[in-house]
Design a protein. Sequence first.
Length: 180
Amino acid sequence: MKSIATLVLAAYLVTLFPVGIALAEDVMVGYVDTVKIFADFEETIEAEEIFKKEVDAWKQKAEEMEAEISQLREEIQSQTLMLSEDKMAEKKLVFDQKVQAYQKYWNEIFGEDGKAAQRNKELTEPLVEKINAVIAQVAEEEGYTLILDASQGNIIYAKKEMDLTDKIIAKLKEQLQTTE
């Protein structure tokens, strides 16, 4: 009885084996380097410049706040012996308030869900969607079944012919020129 079941199973697997090979032949895999795409795509470069200017302005304000705190700290240290306890307590209170204001500002701007992260998301999300749409378009046009992202470091080896990065960049540039 066991040998009949084994024979039936073997016959079943043999009939499926050619189908598996045929399916494997239809699979076309490619990869892209999204870091390179972002680095070479004009719209992402412009978005990075906008973001950098905004971050620089936020950092400038933070530096001004830091300088004010530092100056107040020096005043407190240099005037410790000259000021009355009430005046010293008053200066320390102002110092503590400025430190708290600085920390609050820093968290509002550069915290995990701060303005910088939100602004970065606003600027990059539409570009990621556009890039993904072009990748999908190239995949459909050229019959790719799967496209991987090499920038994540998950591809250990692949033939250079499978790299679609330059095609994607060219297509993005082509789209950009037709919209201008």
